[in-house]
Design a protein around this ligand. Structure first.
Ligand code: PMP
Length: 403
């Protein structure tokens, strides 16, 4: 068995579907068996609510939930588990920042986002603009969909309070030069929020080295369960933010006249959190932490280059993203002249190829590419040469069928 076959066997859905070429991990990665097992173990062994329970089950649930926070902190290499806020996903994390940090902004303050953002890191800032009278600035992209960092200095001002950009585009696959963004943003005193949704399935992160202020990701893109995500923020920053949602668990004291807030992270986790999902995510992240990432990344890069080479040989196909030689993730979007991506993806589905066609919740970026929709193949650590070959063949067949 090859290394990829062995890896694939660890993913129940892939193991049960040997003929499937799953090329949609940018939308959701398959769940690793250890995450599923951890959820089942938790739900059958210590299901109870967290916080202040005095029976044994409740104490076990508290310990498991706290341990999950520690696993996330380790995966992100951050200073303290208390900087890790659990929420339902990257979208919830980004909206939390838009509300909690947004509440500290004044009319005329500025937030800068890029044109490569997923709607989750775009729309909440438009909503904040309506709510708070802030100004929204747009960092353009280059012809290949990379952030145009040359434009950054002139778009920043002393009124810029936040630069919110993706770490890796879910359409073009381009990685952001985070160090360059942080350097420029911090020069004017702006905070940096990084949308890590597409980054986490390609290995553990070192947020301390990145020097950013906020980070958001979803568990389902990191081989973990659905319904769980993380917001990380620097401890001092988090301590100064007001809560977003009110309810149980986030208070210090509630009186008839007024209430006071718990310390972070609980201040930002109103209500019963996704406990078993946090435990499942922690299992997935611990598993990822034990893998040989330099080797896996080298393989992902090689497969991505082969895929791009193969696709570019298809007549009428245009790559929407940087070339294989660029710093890019194995997310390969393409347009085929005269063919609608929905039709292309439907034909591919008949060949056992699961990929996505549409606007990928990134309409501003698609507008920059001059298309309404495109097809996207995304590779993860369980994909191999056979997936790439099947896709290249499938796309050529789709062109023959639909042209
Ligand atoms: N940001 C990026 C770059 C994404 O790709 C996604 C998911 N497609 C999100 C944010 C939102 O993630 P979720 O839907 O899990 O909240």
């Amino acid at each position: 068995m090859s290394e990829t076959d062995l890896l694939r066997a660890e993913f129940p859905l892939l193991a049960a579907n040997p003929g499937l070429h799953y090329l949609d991990s940018a939308a959701t990665a398959q769940i690793h068996r250890c995450a599923l097992d951890a959820v089942v173990r938790h739900e059958t062994g210590c299901r109870a609510n967290v916080l202040r329970g005095s029976h044994r089950l409740a104490e076990a649930a508290d310990r498991a939930y706290d341990a999950a926070r520690t696993s996330v902190a380790r995966f992100l290499n951050v200073a303290s588990a208390d900087e890790v806020v659990f929420c339902s996903g990257a979208t919830a994390a980004l909206n939390l920042v838009a509300h909690a940090f947004g509440a500290t902004l004044r009319p005329g303050d500025r937030v800068l986002v890029s044109q490569a953002e997923h709607h989750s890191n775009f729309v909440p800032w438009q909503m904040l603009r309506e709510r708070a009278g802030i100004a929204l600035d747009l960092l353009p992209v280059t012809a290949s969909g990379e952030l145009d960092l040359a434009a950054l200095p002139r778009l920043l001002s002393p009124r810029t309070r936040l630069v919110a950009v993706t770490q890796c585009s879910n359409v073009s696959g381009a990685w952001t030069d985070v160090a360059a963004v942080v350097e420029e943003a911090h020069k004017v005193g702006a905070r940096v929020l990084l949308d890590g949704a597409q980054a986490v399935q390609h290995g553990p992160q070192d947020l301390r080295a990145l020097g950013i202020d906020f980070y958001a990701f979803s568990g389902h893109k990191a081989f973990g369960p659905n319904g769980i995500g993380v917001l990380w923020a620097r401890g001092d920053l988090l301590a100064g933010l007001p809560p977003f949602l009110g309810g149980g668990g986030m208070i210090d004291e509630v009186a008839i006249e007024a209430s006071s807030w718990a310390e972070p992270p609980r201040r930002f986790e109103a209500g019963t959190p996704p406990i078993a999902q946090a435990v499942g995510l922690a299992a997935a992240l611990e598993w990822m932490g034990g893998l040989d990432w330099p080797r896996l990344r080298e393989r992902e890069e090689r497969l991505c280059a082969d895929l791009i080479d193969g696709l570019l040989a298809v007549p009428g196909l245009r790559l929407l993203g940087p070339p294989a030689s660029a710093r890019r993730a194995p997310i390969v979007s393409f347009d085929i002249a005269g063919l609608h991506p929905h039709d292309v993806c439907q034909v591919l589905d008949h060949h056992g190829l699961a990929l996505r066609g549409g606007h990928h919740c990134a309409q501003p970026l698609l507008a920059a590419f001059g298309v309404d929709a495109c097809s996207r193949a995304s590779l993860a650590l369980y994909n191999d040469e056979a997936d790439v070959a099947a896709l290249v063949e499938g796309v050529a067949a789709a062109v023959r069928t639909l042209a």
